[in-house]
Design a protein around this ligand. Structure first.
Ligand SMILES: [Zn+2]
Length: 155
């Protein structure tokens, strides 16, 4: 099986205590359901959109979490990994339905290893939570990750 995450059995229903009230355990999946995961996410801490060459084509909308906050429930056999160059994060897609669910990356400015969860694949999120989540824009196309690009409405 491809290492697209640490297989985990337990689920959001198990007892879990969070320090911050806005931290929640979410379930997510690809469209056909082959890839499924759960993740501890605090949407109030902000989400991310970017104008890099990948995110523009994919219209990526992500939330970044630590690898320990991401638990794969199924789908290692269904996943295809993609990164254009070694520094780019590895994105995981379902080979059946084509939906990308998450990515693994590592960068000093991100505080080391991270998982990017594509928030559109969250299943049990209230849409008002997504609508109210802060969005931070990154000018990745110009390697200017800490700042927003001039145009963001198309991202
Ligand atoms: Zn699928």
């Amino acid at each position: 099986m491809m290492a697209i995450g640490v297989l985990y059995e337990g689920g959001c229903k198990s007892e879990r205590t969070y320090l911050q009230m806005t931290m929640k355990c979410y379930r997510g999946s690809c469209h056909c359901g082959a890839i499924a995961y759960e993740a501890d996410i605090d949407l109030a801490q902000g989400t991310a959109k970017c104008n890099c060459t990948f995110c523009t084509k994919a219209r990526s909308w992500k939330v970044f979490i630590k690898p320990t906050a991401f638990r794969l429930l199924s789908g290692g056999d269904a996943a295809v990994a993609y990164n254009k160059h070694p520094q780019a994060s590895r994105k995981f897609f379902c080979r059946q339905c084509g939906i990308r669910t998450h990515e693994f990356g590592s960068a000093a400015y991100m505080g080391g290893e991270f998982v990017g969860v594509f928030v559109a694949t969250l299943d049990d999120v209230d849409h008002s939570e997504l609508a109210g989540a802060p969005v931070r824009y990154a000018d990745g196309r110009n390697d200017n990750w800490a700042n927003a690009p001039k145009d963001t409405a198309h991202l």
